[in-house]
Design a protein. Structure first.
Length: 451
């Protein structure tokens, strides 16, 4: 079932306001019609890349736009495309990462359901620029609406010579297919995704070599987040200068952000990168209580306190605050929210989702949860607060992938910013937020049910 206005699954609610660029077309363009997409200017970017810019010119345009990956790392997209293009290999691959590992991030799903041709166009632009003849859209298997629409879009695009053999009558050919991936946090990590695509267990492997050098079946492979590809299509069509008209110098363009928790209007926003955190809360109708913190970046992100809400929402500022942009998750916590319990929720999620390959991750995340449980039960061991930091540092130092390196983030940032809440729980069994009553359940997170 989908919403009759937007054509999206009902749990995806697009909020008005912000700086809508990608979201502006959802509900306007018919996701089941190539004609409708083309009438809105669709595939002009692919045409411009193929007929005018050429592969190097396309990469230059993406570089001039300053596009950075929206899948969490913020890596410059043009650099990745150059690495893949210059890597030696008879065949090259591009992969659209639509695993949407964290279900509280709605952006990629909204794009895949609401405007599948935009993603497909971005993927084809990436394939053309990097010299790939094989393109895979890896989609979380429970996104059934997205899968159906993407498959239909590929068929339509092939029939119109926009995908497949001899695209637009040129010698550029690229076969595109949809692959249904696992519903798991680690499944979105690029090396785990490539392992699963190759038929192995979806577990990360050590980098380097990076996928652009040796990826799927040994071929240079460009893995790109879905939203990144949508922006790439937009840039190919509208140009770098227009792209930079929104956003900051170091982080141009917009970002899809899913706001939830203690706000009046939870939902999906598109905002200019560099927007202050306080403005994002306001765009979601404002806090329902007195905002105490926001958790950005989901289980691999971190918390910023109310005194930091003037921080700009961009890759570098959030990283500097010990958090990260992740897939655009933005959870608002108020004064009735326990920071220790919230940190436990995120850590427990990472511990359950750890694939088990790296021992420090498999054991470390569980030990951290157990330590938090002792603190929450007011029966800590003497050095438990110290242990949280020590163990986290060791996990980051030895991490095989970023799930492990970043899992302690929500805990470490709350420990730094709300030490009193940890001490009150540990020493007196008191929850300063008045939220915990002996059970370690985060009431804040119940709105997540059903996402
Ligand atoms: C645990 C974990 C889960 C991830 N899940 C996703 C995901 O669901 N979607 C995604 O695009 N990137 C995800 N990533 C990041 C990818 O590894 C990779 O950096 C990204 O797809 C590259 O695309 P980008 O440069 O466009 O951001 C995840 C990383 C980690 C460590």
């Amino acid at each position: 079932m989908t919403d009759s206005g937007t054509g999206l699954s009902p749990q995806i609610r697009i909020l008005p306001g912000g700086d809508q660029r990608l979201l502006a077309e959802i509900g306007v363009v018919d996701p089941n019609s190539l004609d409708s997409y083309r009438k809105a200017g669709g595939y002009a970017g692919l045409r411009r890349a193929v007929e005018k810019l050429g592969p190097e010119g396309t990469i230059d345009e993406i570089a001039a736009a300053g596009l950075r990956g929206r899948g969490g790392g913020g890596y410059p997209t043009a650099d990745k495309w150059r690495e893949a293009r210059s890597a030696s290999g008879d065949s090259k691959v591009v992969v659209a990462n639509l695993i949407g590992a964290d279900p509280t991030a709605l952006g990629d799903r909204a794009l895949a359901e609401g405007n599948p041709h935009l993603l497909l166009e971005g993927l084809l632009v990436a394939a053309f620029a990097t010299g790939a003849s094989d393109a895979i859209i890896a989609v979380r298997r429970d996104w059934t609406v997205a899968i159906e629409r993407l498959r239909a879009a590929i068929i339509e695009a092939e029939a119109a010579h926009l995908a497949g053999y001899l695209v637009l009558g040129t010698d550029f050919s690229c076969v595109v297919r949809v692959w249904e991936g696992a519903v798991a946090l680690v499944a979105g990590e690029e090396t785990a995704l490539l392992a699963a695509l190759a038929g192995d267990r979806g577990m990360p492997v050590i980098r380097p070599p990076y996928p652009t050098e040796r990826g799927l079946g040994g071929a240079p492979t460009t893995v790109q987040n879905g939203e990144t590809l949508a922006h790439a299509a937009w840039i190919a069509s509208h140009g770098a200068k227009k792209f930079r008209a929104i956003g900051s110098k170091e982080a141009p363009g917009t970002k899809l952000v899913t706001v939830y928790g203690r706000v009046a209007e939870p939902g999906l926003l598109e905002i200019a990168l560099g927007t202050p955190l306080a403005d994002i809360v306001k765009l979601a109708g404002g806090g329902t209580g007195t905002t105490k913190a926001v958790f950005v970046g989901g289980p691999g992100g971190g918390a910023l306190g109310a005194d930091q809400l003037d921080t700009h929402y961009d890759f570098d500022a959030l990283h500097a605050a010990g958090a990260g942009i992740g897939l655009g998750q933005f959870l608002v916590a108020d004064t009735d929210t326990c920071m220790v319990d919230s940190a436990r929720f995120f850590l427990d999620y990472s511990a359950r989702e750890a694939c088990g390959k790296a021992v420090p991750c498999r054991i470390g995340t569980k030990r951290l949860v157990e330590t938090l449980d002792r603190i929450l039960a007011a029966s800590p061991r003497p050095n438990d607060l110290l242990l949280l930091r020590e163990l986290s540092r060791k996990m980051s130092d030895t991490a095989l992938c970023h799930l492990e390196a970043r899992a302690p983030g929500p805990m470490l940032t709350t420990l730094d910013r709300f030490p009193d809440e940890y001490r009150a729980h540990a020493e007196r069994g008191e929850c300063l937020a008045g939220a915990c009553s002996g059970t370690a359940v985060a009431p804040l997170l119940t709105p997540l049910a059903g996402l």
